[in-house]
Design a protein around this ligand. Structure first.
Ligand code: ATP
Ligand code: MG
Length: 985
């Protein structure tokens, strides 16, 4: 009966998920009730219900940026901040350790990683990329299923006044494969609360068993659903609230163990709750969204939002309304929390979201330029009271959104042209070429998300060459990993013959001065110029000079001038693209430029023919270049800080940087101490904090001689040479009397630098190793990555602190002590590999070493004590004889082995086998055979006989062995053990 009901309900739920319409509800469902409450009132009512009626402490929402948890892209549930409590790693001295019952409203983003609802947004009426999760928690068994269900029911039906017959609940129906019983306790609680039996449904582990990850705390959950149809007919269910009961731990071997502490963890989507209470058809018709929909209508002058979905939504206008409204909320909240659109990780996800919003707003809603930014104040108005950081950063949000929108619009326009142009050349059944799609993409040049390129093609009815695209993606990944360890790969080169020929013809070296023409806008962004140039010579892959190249050919281009930075001085080459003047719609991707004898060779794949004499326009990949500039200025600051910390004689031995990270080799007598590493970071941070101007000027090389403090590398410098000086104009720094170069960073350098140091943001040294005696290689990250590294470090330090505190409290329980020791091992692995400050890594490694030793000693002591006690008991029970086969209660296999050993020491002529039953039918086994028994009687074979009888495994030596198995009939296992031994003795 339950099964068929479950199947019926599953069908219903599936049906609901497929039909995203929230039924045809009237706007006012509960006619006798007062007018629908505002979202603010609904949120407040939730919080005050748990605070005032049920004594919960209110905890503020954390930022959507996960603090020190690299496993998450964004905070995606209310429980994220309480993870240390669930994992048992919370510092006993921290405020959080005292949490018993808490409630909050958490900002969540589900747009990447394990929970990704991005694809659903706009298509259905109940999923958002940003939403608010209302939740209540009871930690350490403060309350459990009964109270949690009762509170939820009371809130929904009495406080919010939702009619009981519109609510359905589900509970965990058990999982025979995992040996888990149905959660009948939850079922009975719902029935006792008066939920009608036909509204109580059971589901399998897929739906109703919650797990945090592959290992860790987990447990059954019970969900409350709302029936949108509500006329007694087929229900249309939408999930409102999920109540999770954490009571098991998923071990590394996949088994489930009961947790020493049980917890309640619940989450309810505010938007869905408000929709129910406001009697609307979807979350978008609530006061959380309607001001945005109104603003979109006004700003774009489109027909009003009608809430249509799927095929009914002709022209996808309503979908566009939803996408734009959803995405601008997410953008605003994320930027306010410090996640800005960027190049990798969460920032890249945000960049995609922004671009998706721009596309829907401009292409479908015909929004005017700058429109997205104009929606930010509406978001601030609806959410600013609950989350004041939105108000605080609203100007910055508007700026960032508008700048990125403008950049994207320009790319989008060009992308559309290119697609049209390419299509004209394609036959009716041709695939769209992967190279063109790639050059349009985020990884390529125009920065259009690939899924968007695909969508644009889908609209034109062409198919993309996906296999070709996958190949390009793989090549890009390989290229990137090579960039991380540069210098092995050599791209196209000019050979001696080519160089000789150029010199013979009197071709002047490439004028690459335009690489320095960029400026800082008042808003803080950089503006890069383009550069027009003429093709002087073309080269094939093998270096042969040619007058023209054909379609699809990889080639080298020599131009009269360029704004590309060619790899030199440890700065990675620029990348970007060029177009032929007069044919701006065909992009020639340029992955790299190299300098050979003063000539700069651009590597390109020609999508069309190209010939000597052609005029081209060059565009550098701005995000890439800016990343290099940040890292290069950071490298100078690091060099300076190292001298400040280690002494003026400290010599740089080399460096390399790309937008991801920087590497710096420095001559040292010994590895840097944690204090020195910290001091270096501190000095850099200070210079960054002062946002000093960076001056660059070309001067005669002779002028740089004899300047105290000026850094020369073992390099040949051009004359004139470029000087880069931080905080002091170059002329002043080169004044023999000024001593400026002793007080700030002044270097001879041809790299491209920031114009002010502030944009470095932060610098963290995340790695340090000895290359050879006397040389230390440092790895560092900057900006957002540096901040993340600090957060990871802080989180790990807290975990180590908490572990230390747990250890110092001592435990009389072997299993608890073993868990602590395992945690220590896990923490050591995490600390060894995390991207975190190196000084902190070293400190934590030292601490953990000591802690691990102490934990192991404590375990040994506890085990020995426990074993001695159990040995005594067994000796009392068994008189002297050749054999002891018995059961012992312990949760630890190593205690069991110790008991066996101690028994054999006390009774050397006795062979011993002990079994220890565990929950769920698991059995531990240990044995030892007495000296002088027949050679055929070995401990390993004995354990194997018994454990394979229990369907398990065993291992060990001739004398001692251990194993595990599973059986419901322990007596039979003991009989097997006795019979085997008697047979051998
Ligand atoms: P669904 O099956 O609807 O995607 P879920 O099982 O992913 O929901 P949970 O992870 O249990 O949801 O989250 C708890 C609550 O948060 C849900 O009951 C729902 O009310 C709300 N919720 C989850 N995802 C979203 C989303 N993308 N947008 C709005 N609310 C959401
Ligand atoms: Mg979901």
């Amino acid at each position: 009966m339950a099964a068929s009901m479950a199947a019926a309900a599953r069908r219903l739920r599936r049906a609901f998920r497929r039909s995203p319409l929230w039924g045809g509800l009237s706007r006012r469902p509960f006619s006798s009730e007062p007018p629908p409450a505002s979202a603010t009132a609904v949120r407040d009512a939730f919080l005050s219900f748990f605070r005032d009626r049920h004594g919960h402490r209110l905890v503020p929402s954390t930022s959507v940026r996960p603090r020190g948890d690299p496993s998450l892209l964004f905070v995606n549930a209310g429980m994220n901040q309480f993870k240390p409590i669930f994992l048992g790693t919370v510092d006993p001295r921290s405020e959080m350790a005292g949490f018993r019952r808490v409630a909050n409203s958490q900002k969540c983003v589900r747009a990447g990683g394990r929970h990704n609802d991005l694809e659903d947004v706009g298509r259905d009426l109940s999923h958002h990329t940003f939403f608010e999760m209302l939740g209540n928690w009871a930690f350490g068994g403060e309350y459990f299923k009964e109270e949690a269900c009762r509170m939820a029911w009371e809130l929904l039906t009495q406080v919010y006044g939702i009619p009981e017959d519109r609510l359905w609940v589900s509970y965990f129906g058990g999982d025979p494969k995992a040996g888990l019983d149905p959660d009948l306790e939850s079922r009975d609680i719902w029935l006792s609360l008066g939920v009608c039996a036909s509204h109580v449904l059971s589901f399998g582990p897929q739906e109703n068993f919650w797990e945090m990850g592959n290992t860790g705390p987990c447990g059954p959950c019970t969900e409350i659903h709302y029936d949108l149809a509500g006329r007694g007919g087929a229900p249309q269910l939408v999930e409102l609230w999920n109540l999770v009961f954490i009571q098991h731990n998923r071990e590394a071997d996949g088994s489930l163990q009961p947790l020493p502490q049980r917890h309640v963890d619940t989450g309810m989507g505010l938007e869905r709750l408000v929709a129910v209470l406001q009697g609307t058809r979807s979350t978008y018709d609530t006061d959380l969204f309607s001001p945005l929909l109104d603003a979109i209508q006004q700003g774009c002058g489109v027909s009003p939002y009608l809430g249509r979905v799927g095929a009914a939504d002709e022209g996808r206008t309503d979908m566009a309304y939803r996408v734009v409204a959803d995405h601008i909320r997410t953008l605003s909240v994320c930027i306010a929390d410090g996640v800005c659109p960027g190049m990798s990780g969460a920032p890249l996800v945000l960049r995609r979201i922004l671009r998706r919003a721009v596309r829907f707003s401009t292409e479908v809603l015909r929004a005017p330029p700058g429109f997205l930014g104009s929606l930010v104040p509406v978001v601030v108005e609806t959410l600013g009271d609950a989350y004041p950081e939105l108000r605080k950063h609203s100007a910055q949000i508007v700026n960032l959104v508008s700048e990125d929108e403008a950049a994207f619009l320009a790319s989008l326009q060009r992308g559309r042209h290119i697609i049209d142009q390419t299509l004209r050349r394609l036959g009716p059944s041709d695939l769209f070429p992967a190279e063109v799609a790639w050059s349009l993409s985020l990884s390529g040049n125009l920065g259009l998300p690939l899924d968007l390129v695909e969508l644009m093609l889908e609209e034109k009815g062409v198919q993309l060459d996906s296999a070709g695209l996958a190949r390009l993606a793989q090549e890009e990944a390989q290229h990137r990993s090579r960039q991380a360890e540069p210098a092995q790969e050599r791209g196209l080169q000019l050979n001696v013959h080519a160089l000789g020929e150029l010199q013979r013809r009197g071709v002047p070296p490439t004028d690459d001065s335009p690489k320095y023409s960029y400026s800082l806008r008042p808003s803080g962004g950089y503006e890069f110029g383009t550069c027009e140039a003429q093709v002087l010579q073309l080269y094939t892959e093998d270096g042969t000079a040619v007058a023209s190249v054909g379609k699809g050919q990889r080639c080298g281009l020599l131009l009269d001038k360029t704004n590309f930075y060619a790899e030199q001085g440890g700065q990675a080459s620029d990348r970007g693209y060029l177009v032929r003047v007069g044919q701006e719609d065909v992009l020639f991707p340029v992955p790299r430029a190299q300098v050979c004898g003063g000539f700069i060779l651009h590597e390109a794949v020609a999508p069309e023919g190209l010939k000597v004499g052609d005029q081209v326009q060059l565009h550098v990949d701005e995000a890439w270049r800016l990343g290099c500039m940040e890292k290069h200025t950071a490298t100078h600051l690091l060099n300076w800080a190292l001298r400040q910390t280690l002494g003026p004689g400290t010599e740089q031995q080399g460096s390399h940087l790309n937008p991801e990270r920087l590497r710096f080799d420095v001559a040292t007598q010994a590895p840097l101490t944690p204090e020195q590493l910290r001091a270096v970071e501190g000095t850099v941070q200070e210079a960054v904090g002062q946002d000093e101007a960076v001056y660059m000027e070309e001067v005669a090389l002779a002028r740089t001689a004899h300047i105290p403090g000026l850094r020369f590398l073992d390099e040949v410098y051009p004359d004139p040479v470029r000087v880069v000086s931080v905080g002091v104009p170059v002329a002043e720094a080169l004044d023999l009397a000024s001593q400026a170069a002793l007080q700030t960073s002044v270097e001879l350098c041809c790299g491209t630098h920031l114009l002010r140091t502030g944009a470095v943001g932060d610098l963290v040294i995340v790695g340090e190793r000895q290359l050879s005696r006397g040389t230390t290689r440092l790895l560092a990250v900057t900006g957002e990555q540096a901040q993340q590294a600090r957060e990871v470090g802080q989180a790990l330090a807290q975990e180590v602190g908490a572990a230390a505190e747990r250890l110092s409290r001592g435990s009389q329980d072997v299993v608890e002590a073993q868990r602590l020791s395992k945690d220590m091992g896990r923490l050591t692995d995490a600390v060894d590999t995390a991207v975190m400050p190196q000084w902190q890594r070293r400190e934590l490694q030292a601490t953990l070493k000591v802690l691990q030793r102490r934990a192991n000693t404590a375990i040994r002591k506890l085990e020995t004590g426990q074993a001695a006690q159990k040995t005594q008991e067994l000796l009392r029970r068994h008189s002297e004889g050749p054999l002891i086969v018995d059961t012992v209660s312990t949760e630890s296999l190593s205690v069991l082995v110790k008991v066996v050993r101690q028994l054999c020491e006390r009774a050397p002529r006795t062979s011993v086998l002990l079994l220890s039953p565990q929950p769920l039918g698991h059995v531990l086994c240990a044995c030892q055979v007495a000296q002088g028994t027949t050679p055929a009687f070995t401990a390993e074979a004995w354990a194997l006989a018994v454990c394979s009888h229990m369907g398990g495994k065993a291992w060990g030596s001739q004398v001692v062995a251990q194993g595990t198995g599973t059986t419901a009939d322990l007596e039979a296992a003991l009989r097997t053990a006795r019979a085997y031994a008697l047979n051998q003795l």
